[in-house]
Design a protein around this ligand. Sequence first.
Ligand code: MTE
Length: 317
Amino acid sequence: MFIRHAPDIAPSEITDYQLYLNRRSFLIGIAALALAPTRSALAAPPAGESLPAARNEQFTLKDPLTPLESITSYNNFYEMGPNKDDPARLAHLLKPRPWTVQIDGHVARPRRYDVEELMRLFPLEERVYRLRCVEGWSMVIPWIGYPLASLIKLVEPTSKARFVEFTTLHDPAQFPGQRKSLFNLSSIEWPYVEGLRLDEALHPLTLLTFGLYGQVLPNQDGAPIRIVEPWKYGFKSAKSIVRIRFVSEQPKTAWEKATPKEYGFYSNVNPAVDHPRWSQATERRIGEFRRRKTLMFNGYADQVAALYAGMDLQRNF
Ligand code: MTE
């Protein structure tokens, strides 16, 4: 992955958290009223449209939110290109509806779901998480989704299921970054694949995500469905997922295949384990100037450290 400098955003431009929440509660109320009688009969909400969700206070950080403008203009989405502004520029090529997600592998109830149905299986929650990119920048994002654990329990993994593999759409017509050309020097073998251990996938922090900032996921942020695990580097959160497969062997992830010495399977945020080409001790929150200290497990140590008890995290990076 390349390091690029975050756009300079004055702290004053960061949305005041309380102001945002007040505005959100008001808008959710209006939206709920407008949608209530005909919700199930409505057509699919296209990206950018309002997506009402109740805030889950237990999973809501009080840090100032990163402005929506930064979250949608400074992205990593190599299917759309290697530069931070490629995704916003090319996002219109991705068609997130209709969209299906295949759920298969070692489960009692394999099924192909329409994303609209998937989105309504469980109540949507808003959760404010930190996202820490392996490149050294971070954001604070109000995601909308529900725990992946709810879906996992529904499809009933068998005793053979030890890992969960996530696969992103492979379609060069929608993703110019997947086209083969002399100028396309990406080292990623498509499709983008990520994975979690089953206990990580079942952790209450792991969010199956359909929206952010009160709206359906913008295409550049992984519409129509992505995964978010806030204690891991951002590249673990695969975007635009078409398949969730339960497997017995540890999946070979896209970045591991591309550069195994740099990107391991676990990818837990860890200030003590540097990337071979740069330190991970500090990070730059988008919109701030002074660097912050990187927090172990991105600040979620009290919730996730037990998952790794007894493991050598220098080796399992
Ligand atoms: N998912 C896919 N399919 N392709 C990608 O290139 N980039 C990852 C991750 N998910 C990526 C992906 C990386 S490196 C990061 S930091 C986050 O998405 C960025 O998410 P954001 O652009 O919504 O902030």
